[in-house]
Design a protein. Sequence first.
Length: 470
Amino acid sequence: MRLEITTVVGTIDLGVISGQKGDKGEPGPGADVTGAQIEAARVAAQAAALEAAERVAGVVPAAQQAARDTLIEHPEVVQEAATAAAQKALEGEGLLTREDAPDLADGELGIKLDGDEVYGMRWKRDGSGAQFAGGTYEQLDADDEWAWKVSFADPDGRRRIGMGIRKDGTRYPDFDQLMADVARTTPVVRWGDSLTQDSEPTETDLEALLDRPVLTFGWGGRTPAQVAARQGGAPALVTAVTGNTIPAAGSVTMTLDRLPGIIATLSVEGEVLGVRGTMLITGTSGETAQATFTRTTPGLPVPVPLNTAGTVVIPTAFQTGERYRDCWPIIGCGRNGANVTSNHAPTVTAIRAMLDYAGPIARRHALVWDVPPDATEPYASAARAPIDALNTLIREAFPTVYVPVYAMLRSAELMTSIGVNPTAQDTTDIANGVTPTSLRRDSLHLNESGYKALNRIVHRTYLSKGWATA
């Protein structure tokens, strides 16, 4: 039998239950494992997950928001604690027996978490419960609302309930609600070129529709490779460092590759060889950029890797975008240069790198947009062919996250829904397969009405996936 336990950090797969015995000789996870032991493992996993989140956040359990933030920032720590606690409970390790607590009756279980003080709980077959705290057995009053609970001593010595189940079946904390709160407050981050950059003034409109923060990172004129370099999926490469060493403090001059055409004087946060700092672009030359890297905090000098002759720097990543990996990404790039090439593979490669760099939960909530045609690229025109070919490649490469938002903009119903009455020219534009004139500020870029229409498409998409409410 395969056992999975749902906890605050998701589903933990403990694999196939064997017939082994625990270290103390109690029944381990085997054919004779009881429902109470499985419940004990689930409860232990939940308690350990919450405790780990609070420990990493450096807070007492009452400060729930910091702990929730930690679930996003350090899921591996919380997952590891929950998995270990569940496995111990199943194997009998950490379970309170009658020898440990004589007041336990047949069929009753307690759980002992790590630490000098015993925290645990037990429940009876008739549904009544009791708790252990500080090694002292406490029978719950008949009129107590809790079927069972775990208590702890806060810094002031007051006993508080850490978790439990009330007699009416409700739980504390409400882990489903906790995870829903985490999901609801996770920001959306938009990556792209000028088409994304121009959407920034309508951030608040999209935030109101999605009921979550929205961040916008768009840069005019950028190719997909450049967008991926800024997002972090395909980092720019450091190819030269003055003195071949990142100094203990202060700044050092570097040369970057893989950022062709980047704007001079652009400041970007990131890491080089594990050293966090700010890269200030001071000039560009063809496919390279000159920059000054300034450490965020002083530390030890870090030599850069050189070739065997000790004369040439081995290209080293300038890693950016780490703080946004767990945000839900919307990727819209590929327009720049799309109309002058038949080789669209680099665009697909860049988008895939961005998706791969996103965190696992973020990837499940990612969207990839189509590339819009210019007004001079109607259906069946020679200029339209490379745009349609690129969108076909993107759709085929990312079928589960692809959303043709610009195609969906070509809708009289959508225009009316945002208070824009389609004109005769708009009707002609829609028939020609280009963005309606009333939604554009030029032949390609959207105006405010266009972005508000686009935001409604995003909201409808989120609704269809269960990521937002009406």
